[in-house]
Write a new protein. Structure first.
Length: 367
């Protein structure tokens, strides 16, 4: 069945729509108000509608899919290549219309539940940043009066009560009250973060994909819920390497004349998910290191083994573990389970291409 390609430039109040009328061949590029957008497509034959994956795109995609249209959400970076003239709403809509007719890895349209989970992740990340700012501010103000705290949140929590008692004897009461209020705000932020995590645990109990991916060593509540909510349909990825490329964990490639140069990771895709996947590998590295120490494969003496080449070996181990983890995550999301015969620590999870990148990275890291 032939479908009419349509490009929509999303805005707050007035949307721009670009398409070619299939009957008359007329090129139409017109503005449509927000309240009239769904009515504009209500009685039309099925269309292939392209939109940039930006704010409110998933909401409009869900509404248009219910009307029987096909919707393709595209990264803004992909669409930008088709805008060859000045930037305007009409030019952007035309660029989207051109882009939707080209092959592209579309952004999965998220359900309302998965989008809500991602919003809880964003809220938690924002609260963590606020809490860090408050802690650093409080630590700095106490240091101005000679109260130095140890590194980390635990050290601050342990020493804050005694610090308040000591400074109460020599500082104005108005300042002491302000500092105590700031500490109370930090504790309130702790409670808000804990409530969001409890809601994520409730969703984890209901979603089979989150349960399955949580069984992977190193994958916790945040990594599992964020990965499932962001990926959408895992069958859209043909392999674990394609999933890693989507996250931005594969090497960036440059070169010409048949010579390809491999660099660091591309860092494309969502930075939050990439950070969680990277953090999930650290417990696996620690377990691997403990196993090596216990089996006496490396010397336990502090002057040898991991201590001699700690930076180099830790970095390489993290690369290997990240490569294996993203393959296991992709396999579990596609099948719902994983083969127990292969562990994340198994070298068989590395392809020749992955091994070449690891070897190339090893040469770049100083001993």
């Amino acid at each position: 069945m032939n479908v009419t390609p349509v490009g929509i430039d999303i805005a707050k109040s007035v949307f721009q729509v670009h398409y070619v009328d299939p009957e008359t061949g007329e090129v139409l590029n017109k503005a449509v108000k927000r309240a009239q957008l769904l009515a504009h497509f209500a009685n039309r034959s099925p269309c292939l509608i392209g939109m940039e994956a930006c704010s409110s795109a998933h909401h409009w995609a869900r509404q248009l899919v219910q009307m029987g249209h096909q919707v393709r959400l595209m990264p803004a970076q992909f669409v930008k290549a088709f805008n060859i003239r000045n930037k305007s709403d009409a030019a952007d809509a035309k660029a989207i219309w051109l882009a939707v007719q080209q092959p592209c890895k579309a952004v999965a349209v998220k359900t309302e539940m998965r989008q809500a989970v991602l919003m809880m992740h964003r809220q938690r990340e924002q609260l963590v940043k606020f809490r860090t700012m408050q802690i650093n501010g409080l630590r700095g103000m106490l240091a101005e009066f000679g109260e130095a705290m140890g590194k980390g949140r635990f050290a601050l929590t342990k020493a804050i009560a005694d610090a308040f008692i000591r400074i109460e004897e020599r500082l104005p009461k108005v300042l002491i009250d302000s500092l105590r209020e700031q500490w109370a705000r930090i504790e309130k932020l702790d409670e808000e973060i804990a409530r969001i995590e409890r809601r994520l645990r409730e969703w984890k109990k209901e979603d089979k994909a989150v349960k399955a991916i949580s069984e992977i060593p190193g994958v916790g509540l945040l990594t599992a819920t964020a990965a499932v909510a962001m990926i959408g349909d895992p069958k859209a990825f043909s392999s674990g390497r394609e999933f890693a490329a989507w996250v931005g964990l594969v090497p960036k490639q440059t070169g010409s004349g048949g010579k390809v140069n491999l660099h660091g990771i591309s860092k494309r895709g969502d930075a939050y998910l990439r950070k969680l996947v990277g953090l999930a590998t650290q417990p696996v590295i620690n377990l691997m290191r403990d196993a090596l120490l216990e089996s006496a494969v490396i010397l336990a003496d502090e002057t040898t083994g991991w201590r001699d080449h700690g930076y180099r070996d830790d970095y390489i181990s993290k690369i290997r573990a990240t490569i294996r983890l993203r393959r296991v995550m992709s396999g579990w999301l596609q099948s719902g389970h994983s083969s127990t015969s292969l562990s994340i620590a198994s070298p068989r999870f590395l392809s020749r291409r992955d091994e070449s990148w690891v070897s190339h990275t090893r040469k770049l890291i100083p001993v």
